[in-house]
Design a protein around this ligand. Sequence first.
Ligand SMILES: [Zn+2]
Length: 308
Amino acid sequence: MATRLYTHPIFLEHLTPPGHPERPDRLRAIERVLEDEAFAGLDRVQAPEGDEATILYAHPADFVARVRAAIPDEGIARIDADTSVSPKSWQAAITAIGAANAAVDDVFSGRADNVFVAARPPGHHAEKTTAMGFCLFNTAAVAARYAQKKHGVERVAVVDWDVHHGNGTQDIFWDDPSVLYCSTHQMPLYPGTGAKSETGAGNIVNAPLAPQTGSEVFRDAFLSRVLPALDNFAPDLIIISAGFDAHHRDPLAEINLTEDDFDWATGQLMQSAARHSGNRLVSLLEGGYDLQGLAFSVAAHVGRLMKG
Ligand SMILES: [Zn+2]
């Protein structure tokens, strides 16, 4: 198995206010842990700049223009109470999209079996016309539509194990049965969406987790809801919205997973990708706010991607 890793120094230049959990140090912690010789076999590639036109696969032009207009010449500007932008945020967001789209190209061309994109800002809270929850554009949604348009595939699945519900991805694909969206997330928790009853065009599968639950409940949700939905849908590509804030150390939520759970979930999705999508698996970093919990979880995730 060949596993590719996309990173770029521009991802450190998307700045948030002091004390904000979604901070550049998250990527520094990931970089450090992946320096271990266990990861010497990673195919490390600098993320390419994205094609701005592909943002329109998931967002209307007037919204894109509004985000662009919010970028300050200096300092930090707020889009909402949680979501802010700095002078380099546009370039960081575009490069995150460029990396995700390149990862899609890689798994379809056979340059890689699977790819992890260590980028920020994250994307899964960005709705069609709303930037929110630390997210500007929905990178996973753009990449899913990019796979359909560029590689002509019919069905793409997005599996989101970030501890927050990916309201943005759900919003974008709500009436699009060509994309399956499956999410495990704590409920109640920000942003408030993600009930089991939210099913879109039959293509939305929400598996809410009660606060203070952990490995057993998470794995049961995967086995009873997420994996059967994937088997039923038979995607041509699986995209993971890989947030690691369900880790027990994370300060933003109360789900008690360990890095072993992310290793296990990665393995389950790899088996699903082997059954349905020629192993094609693209993983995009979303949340994860305790630096140690994040680093260890990413190491478990990427280690499993490499091992097959
Ligand atoms: Zn999250």
